[in-house]
Write a protein that binds this ligand. Sequence first.
Ligand SMILES: Cc1cc2nc3c(=O)[nH]c(=O)nc-3n(C[C@H](O)[C@H](O)[C@H](O)COP(=O)(O)OP(=O)(O)OC[C@H]3O[C@@H](n4cnc5c(N)ncnc54)[C@H](O)[C@@H]3O)c2cc1C
Length: 486
Amino acid sequence: MPCFPQPYTSTVSHWQQTNRGSTSLWDHGRDAALPMEVVDYVIVGAGATGTALAYYLSRPGGAAAGKKVVILDAKDVASGASGRNGGHVVGQSWQLLTPLMAPLEEGGAGLSAEDALDVIMFEQSNMDLVENLVRSERIDADFWRGSRVEVLVTPEGAAGNLRNYELMQRLLKTHPKHQGRVLDWEVVTDPAAVRKLSRTRGAVQANRIPGASWHPHKGVTAFLRLALASETADVRFYSWAPVAGFSSNADGTVTVDCAARGNVRTRNVIFATNAYTQHVLPELKDILVPVQSHSALVTSPATYAGPRALQTTFGVEAGPYLIQTPDSGVVLGPYPSALFGRRLLKPEQVYGIDDDSFVQPAAKQWLADYCRDSFVGWGQETDGEGLTKCWTGVICHSVDYLPIVGAVPGRPGVWIAAGYNGRGMALIHSVTRGLAHQLKTGEWDARVPRSFEVTGARIQRARECALHPLDYPVTGLEYRTMKSKM
Ligand SMILES: Cc1cc2nc3c(=O)[nH]c(=O)nc-3n(C[C@H](O)[C@H](O)[C@H](O)COP(=O)(O)OP(=O)(O)OC[C@H]3O[C@@H](n4cnc5c(N)ncnc54)[C@H](O)[C@@H]3O)c2cc1C
């Protein structure tokens, strides 16, 4: 059953609020007629995935050179998770080893240590890819590159962190692909240094790794603009064009049903629908699960402004992920364990929920209190400071904790890229560059971990695994915490 048009009005994020002037792409193609002719590619979804894919397809020499690309979104560009997220452009450190290596039956990806390291390195190289594109394409999206600090606040968390760090060091000595790689990554254990780096009450250990952030709504819009301006491919974007379903034709084309907007026939349809995928590809219902997630903008008091503003991004054990924006304070969101561990929300209040029209009062209050209660010397907030905005968005978890990419089994001409487990910004550019390569050559892009490929066996395995959605881990940081508290 289609979930669009939605019967409610979504909350508005800081990013959506600050990119809706006349140069944004709101309502683009909303009233235009859909093409009558058969097109080469229809991309469903204009979030980070759909727009980055359109960008790669439409580069000179890309799969869409001399061809037609249609992008359809049920709402506006970046109206989903991409315009509602926490702004981090990189995932986690070696902490990801825990969920990537945990067996499938325990909610992990079940990868070998070598394959898990490959995924972590893939995310790191994605950050370089985004940075290079932002610079070469002169994208104005507040892109910032610096350090990410991961703060451990419990002795158990710190011990697990050290174990993973040592494992990663060992792997880097022997891994066939990453052997000998030198990384600017460190674990800080000296209490004074931890205090200085983290500025967080109760911190016992900290990791410092490369980090990056941006204004995701501006970034995603910029890639869509570049695709629309392609001189190589004919790219068109139709907002407010919800896809109700699709059907395969005898001639190998696919008819995409946009209900009241009409139909588009295409040689390939790519679903970049992330948390909403099950409504158009029901066979992926068991493997892709929507998860409602919160985020907030907190305006810093003078004690954390100017030279005293935060200098790094953060990920805090059973706490928030957080970035410093250039001009509006901090954007932070809770790892689910922050909410479950404090019994503020029950897992069933977030898993399986694809509604971003409301915030949970308990989550909002925790976000309002976090900076004041946790950052040393934050102090009192006056009117106009503190919690300024709170919103929700819907991320997409995959049962086996890995993205789902490639040709959908048994569906000729149908492709997918989805299921980033809350780390889409850290994955999407490299994933969609790979998918664009596959669409052009028919071959899997060797730069993308093969474990991301959507296969019949993987879908079947997820189905048989029969994990209750509430068992899914969310990040390496909270994996153990969440399991132990449930
Ligand atoms: C609160 C929050 C915080 C996050 N923080 C971070 C972070 O800091 N770092 C990070 O890396 N990741 C983060 N994420 C995750 C990240 O935002 C996502 O992984 C990423 O945006 C997914 O991009 P997407 O384009 O695949 O999906 P979306 O951005 O959700 O786009 C899917 C699009 O498909 C459209 N669509 C769906 N179904 C249909 C249909 N039937 N017809 C037409 N259109 C349809 C939707 O309207 C939507 O625009 C966060 C997410 C949330 C919600």
